[in-house]
Design a protein around this ligand. Structure first.
Ligand SMILES: [Zn+2]
Length: 116
């Protein structure tokens, strides 16, 4: 539950409570009916807004990321030492993709094999 909602509920309940007290005291003074009714209505309005206000904790947003089924996440590893190749290690020269290992300095070539 959000803190803002709790405050709204508490002040709403408080207003209704005082409204009822004013209504009960209206036997002595009829003007208190108006005050009591106003406080009660205001309290109920606050409770209404509190029920309408969505709490950030309850309103969990869901993001669905859909990837095509063909997508494969391939990690490139150095053929000599097996270290993970970073994106900055890959260079393309004259159409040839070269991978220079930042750990052992081994330069290898990536050859794309046809998928059929
Ligand atoms: Zn290496």
């Amino acid at each position: 539950m959000k803190a803002q909602t709790i405050i709204l509920v508490l002040s709403g309940v408080g207003l209704i409570f005082f409204g009822v007290i004013f209504l009960m005291a209206s036997f002595d003074d009829t003007n208190r009916i108006i005050t009591g009714a106003f406080l009660s209505i205001a309290g109920f309005l606050l409770l209404y807004f509190a029920s309408r206000t969505p709490g950030t904790g309850e309103q969990a947003k869901r993001y669905v990321v859909e990837l095509p089924s063909q997508v494969e996440i391939q990690s490139i590893k150095c053929p000599r030492c097996g270290a993970q190749i970073r994106a900055e290690d890959i260079t393309v020269e004259a159409g040839i993709t070269r991978v220079k290992c930042s750990y052992c300095g081994n330069v290898s070539q990536i050859s794309e094999e046809p998928k059929w």
